[in-house]
Design a protein around this ligand. Sequence first.
Ligand code: SAM
Length: 655
Amino acid sequence: MADPAELRQAMVERQLQGRGIGSAPVLAAMSEIPREAFVPDRLREFAYEDGPLPIGEEQTISQPYIVALMIEAADLKPGDRVLEVGAGSGYAAAVMSRIADEVFAIERHPALAESAQRRLLELGYDNVVVIAGDGSGGLPDRAPFDAILVAAGGERVPEPLKHQLAIGGRLVVPVGGEDLQSLLCVTRTGENEWSEDNLGGVRFVPLIGAHGRWDNGERSASNHTPAREFTLAECIAEAAEPDEDAHFAEWFDRFADRRVVLLGEASHGTHEFYAARAAITRRFVEQHGFTIVAVEADWPDAAAIDRYVRHRPPRPEAPGAFQRFPTWMWRNTVIDRLAHELRAINAERPPEQMAGFYGLDIYNMSGSIEAVLAYLDEHDPKSAQVARQRYGCLTPWQAEPEIYGRAALSRGYAECEQAVVEQCRDLLERGLGTDEGLFGAAMNARLIASAERYYRVMYYGGAESWNLRDQHMADTLDHLLEQGGPEAKALVWAHNSHIGDARATEMGRVRGEHNIGQLVRERWGDECALIGFGTHTGTVTAADDWDSPRRTKRVLPSRSDSYERACHDSGVERFLLDLTSGKHEALRRRLSESRLERFIGVIYRPETERWSHYSEAVLPEQFDAWVWFDQTQALTALGPPEPDHGLPETYPFGE
Ligand code: SAM
């Protein structure tokens, strides 16, 4: 057998600290106690494995993590008197004896009770008394106890145990069905008052006795399942709120009081992610006072939809919206329908209460230049002349701004930067009042200035261009909220990689990148909600390369080491996991062990999936909620005509 001390240390670090056990006395005690002395000789080499082990009489020594979790919850202190029901091997009693003053441990199997007592004395733990018998009624002669731990599960909390707690004392007990139980921590808060916390799902052997199950010995113990923690998939299944379909969007009402609700997606081409966000958006606009829908699209393109939903006339001279790759992100059946629905909702409202549709992204530099010039031509022709000159140096590159970066390096385009920044400043100074047209022009001028920089720094690659883009998107959102006034509330649609707090992912931790989710959280704290979306398999609309045609591609089943696989293994097809702190703490802890998460953008390359699409993340830190669709379908794009859809081209998407 490898050195037990080393195995013990690894157990403490990986299984306990790794899952969030932080109690110093518990960690110290479990670093000290030789677990190998509590298991049968033939199983010694497995003593530090992450699971329960048989100890005879068809009983088990519990998984180390479960022992730590229970003792941490019991909050033992020096001076305490403790009762354990279900002593088994005596291991948990030994751990408690290192922290509390006196431990009484009851075991219903006399042979186990006897060997546990002998073992404890041999190891020198002489403040533990093991008693053979039924412990479901407690040990009234020795009560009150500062803490009581029950290592076997009954249908309900045994009443006598609650009354044998000292005031302020804690009873940690699994309660529920024979297969699955909830681990409860019951605190006695007064003579006849108790409060209760649910620590999450567990699976224990049955508590057999007068205040447990089958005290008349009707059932043999032979089919007992061992005390062990739920698998991650079981924990997810327990906490998942399955979709009852009819009321999908109502699930999200819990976030309706936030100022900013960010809705992610695990790919840019999955129908279910779009349809879900559309349903939430409709409900939040209709019922909860959200008037800003801000999406990962370019400002001038989104403006075409905005004009439509807010009953403004189209700009006939404007270039067609969403002409650049990847067109399907916004030219698709879901957005088409949403635009009609928002328009219908707005039809009932005065202009100042209408919901608008805005773009946060920076790619369409030429569209923004056109929009700024068109605005100035109409309202301030003199300034239009100046703007034309200023934007002139970008003209050769408007069609292919990606190569602007290279040109800027070799030909000294510093004056271009200065010119677009000046133009932006001019319009911002004038444009952040209430005049909608001027506000739009100012947002376009900001886009041009950000895009100029973006394409310049993009040439170097790295974090700077990503950060610049996400900073621009977060700033645009800020401007929209300011423009909307102190009551304004916004929904944001963007990819999970923009929405999930970057500090909880490799992009933030390793590459120094930030994103909208992080910036919004830093600014709005509890007044925002970050909601991520995921899937196991299905089809997706995506391209093989940038600028290459869209295709319907198969999404590979998720990897076994990913969050997605744990969600799939839960067996629940569609669900919501509420990850806000204070809810499902045991699950949050389990999910906090970093895992792979899949990110599919507009390009999907299954051949190199691990490296092109998976990245390490800590899901409960990334999001406040996670929405799951096990099987998903490719998004249906609107024109240019494709043989498979046959849908009419309708405004706002018409050429
Ligand atoms: N904490 C133990 C350890 O560290 O080895 C593990 C205990 S094992 C999961 C549960 C034990 O509870 C079994 O040994 C079982 O015989 C015992 N048990 C079940 N019902 C009981 C009861 N009513 N009173 C006392 N012990 C009971």
